[in-house]
Design a protein around this ligand. Sequence first.
Ligand SMILES: N[C@@H](CCC(=O)N[C@@H](CS)C(=O)NCC(=O)O)C(=O)O
Length: 114
Amino acid sequence: MKINPNGWVPVLLWDSGTMYECAAITIFLCDRHPEARLAPAVGEPTRALYLQTLVYFSNSVQNAFQLTYYPDRFANSPHGETGAKQRGNRRLRETWSVVNQQIGSNDWGITKKR
Ligand SMILES: N[C@@H](CCC(=O)N[C@@H](CS)C(=O)NCC(=O)O)C(=O)O
């Protein structure tokens, strides 16, 4: 709770700081360790897709999961929880469908040297 007052994981602790929010942590770690080539560097053509996908997962797909895991947080009363969960399941299908279309028949294997 000291690191993330929301009470959520993940959190990151390193020698001189702490932070939360998985997309921010991912970007931070990729930027901090460029030698690992975990993400497209600033200026690389695929940088935009990397950022878009990362934020889409933490902002949209994750939000749909929240509806299904914690419907009580999205309903005004226990009566509304079933509806919130159903909406979450629909939203999960919608968001994963977007991911599925993006993947398409592209070869996403890391086969070529960047
Ligand atoms: N927006 C936050 C959400 C993190 C999140 O929802 N974490 C879940 C586990 S995957 C959690 O801690 N849930 C506990 C809760 O919501 O009470 C992020 O992207 O890091």
